[in-house]
Design a protein around this ligand. Structure first.
Ligand code: HEM
Length: 447
């Protein structure tokens, strides 16, 4: 989940860990006594809670967790004139004095900033930025051609580090360049904020002289006066949030996709065949040509399903409303356990397995009837309603391009990490902690 991917605040899973949940007088919301989980393993506990307690669980005196698809709609889609009625909690109030976009709690202020920034997420604007995305994916492919075929393989998720310095050194002053900045740097907040302020200042200085469109084009137009004081702080918040929002979930999915594909060789083979038979030349790999690749679409959707993008629960404050048949009084904080939903056999057959075929339509050769009752609409990686992700279209383009170019250019081989399992080796501390695996990127020889 991108809007709140910053450490330092206690989140849902940490709360589960620190509370020994002794729920008395819970009348409607079940009762649980639960000991601390293994470090980083709390997410597994949450997936088990609904089985033990039902679809709503009280995790703190004033906090509930829901785990049904209907609750997603009831909480996140509720709005009056595009203003959310379930407002964000102070979970992401970092004391900066300005909520930017994703941390803004006031729906009216949020709407204002969302409108101001919305032009950069339009299809037209994303199209104009496509070449920047292409450039970075090409850089990755080129680097892997140089070093990715070595016997020991490349360490994921650290492979992206290889591009780090080079990317930073490029002259493209826009948040997209952080596509490949390693998480350990992104998560070092002071360092990130330092870079961020410099970048914002540089971007302001260059406002009449940018090389290409970027996320700041509508915030700092060429003829704008130099922002100072509060406006400068506001811009810095937005830049930092776009940087984090645009980096972490995409990076998780790049990694997740490779991880699942390497674990499922048949799926990988089918996807490779789809890509290579539809795209004869590397130059043919452009976003428009990838939209019709149905198996690729299914693989990406399934990766979203497996690696929940809202692991911190996306907490909201109830305005006093019904959630999936339960009245939640005003002021009670509610969260979603998306992880519990996606691992529930009630909603997904073979819920714990990576099965892209569940996303295919009946006319696809790989379609399997046994998944026809899966509740696909319960997977909402970009959330829904007024606070849904504005970067959705850009994220899809990035993932398709990355997957298509990498699998067109390389045969992948898992060298080390074969024994790694999702259930044992992945964990969540607000963000996903991904284990290291070593992958060979063996260039495909073509005549
Ligand atoms: C795989 C990629 C992505 C996923 C799964 C994803 C997911 C999400 C989710 C679930 C939210 C809602 C958070 C909440 O309500 O607390 C969100 C918000 C947001 N995302 Fe993304 N996101 C992705 C990529 C991007 C990209 C590329 C950008 C562009 C920079 C972006 C910008 C934002 C912003 C600005 C918000 C805050 C929206 C608001 O509060 O109005 N995201 N994202």
């Amino acid at each position: 989940m991108c809007g709140m991917h910053i450490t330092g605040k206690i989140g849902y899973f940490e709360k589960l860990a620190t509370h020994i949940l002794l729920m008395s007088n819970l009348k409607d919301h079940g009762e649980v006594a639960m000991a601390n989980g293994e470090d980083g393993q709390k997410i597994r506990l949450t997936a088990r809670l609904p089985k033990i307690l039902g679809h709503v669980v009280r995790i703190a005196p004033n906090e509930l967790v829901f785990s049904t698809p209907q609750a997603i709609t009831d909480i996140y889609s509720a709005a009056i004139k595009n203003h959310e009625t379930w407002v964000k909690t102070s979970f992401t109030d970092f004391g900066t004095g300005d909520g930017g976009i994703s941390w803004e709690q006031d729906p009216v202020k949020h709407r204002k900033v969302a409108k101001r920034i919305s032009p950069v997420f339009s299809t037209k604007s994303i199209k104009a930025k496509e070449h920047v995305l292409q450039m970075y994916v090409d850089m990755f492919v080129k680097r892997m051609q140089e070093i990715g075929g070595s016997k020991e393989g490349i360490e994921l998720p650290k492979a992206s580090d290889l591009l780090h310095q080079r990317v930073i050194a490029t002259n493209h002053k826009c948040p997209l360049k952080f596509l490949f900045v390693p998480p350990r740097i992104l998560r070092t907040l002071p360092h990130v904020l330092g870079i961020n302020s410099q970048e914002v200042q540089r971007r302001i200085d260059q406002r009449a002289n940018t090389k290409h469109l970027d996320y700041f084009e509508s915030l700092v137009p060429p003829d704008a006066p130099i922002p100072t004081g509060r406006e400068l702080n506001h811009l810095e918040q937005i830049a930092a949030q776009l940087l984090v929002a645009g980096y972490d979930p995409v990076a998780d999915q790049f990694y997740g996709l490779l991880f699942w594909l390497l674990k499922e060789p048949d799926v990988l083979a089918t996807l490779v065949e789809e890509i290579r038979s539809n795209l004869l030349r590397y130059e043919d790999i452009v976003p428009d040509a990838l939209v019709s690749l149905r198996y690729m679409h299914a693989c990406i959707q399934e990766s979203f399903r497996m690696m929940d993008t809202g692991p911190n629960g996306m907490p909201r404050v109830s305005p006093g409303a019904m959630v999936d048949g339960v009245y939640v009084p005003k002021g009670v904080e509610c969260q979603m356990s998306f992880f519990a939903i996606i691992r529930n056999e009630k909603y997904f057959r073979d819920a714990l397995s990576y099965r892209p075929q569940r996303w295919l339509s009946p006319d696809h050769p790989k379609y399997e009837t046994k998944y026809s009752d899966d509740m696909l609409k319960a997977v909402v990686p970009f959330s829904t309603g007024p606070r849904a992700c504005p970067g959705r279209e850009s994220a899809w383009i990035q993932m398709r391009l990355f997957l298509a170019k990498v699998l067109w250019a390389f045969n992948l081989e898992l060298v080390r990490g074969k024994d790694i399992t999702f259930d044992r080796d992945f964990s969540v501390h607000t963000m996903w902690n991904k284990p290291s695996i070593w992958v060979r990127f063996i260039p495909v020889e073509r005549e």
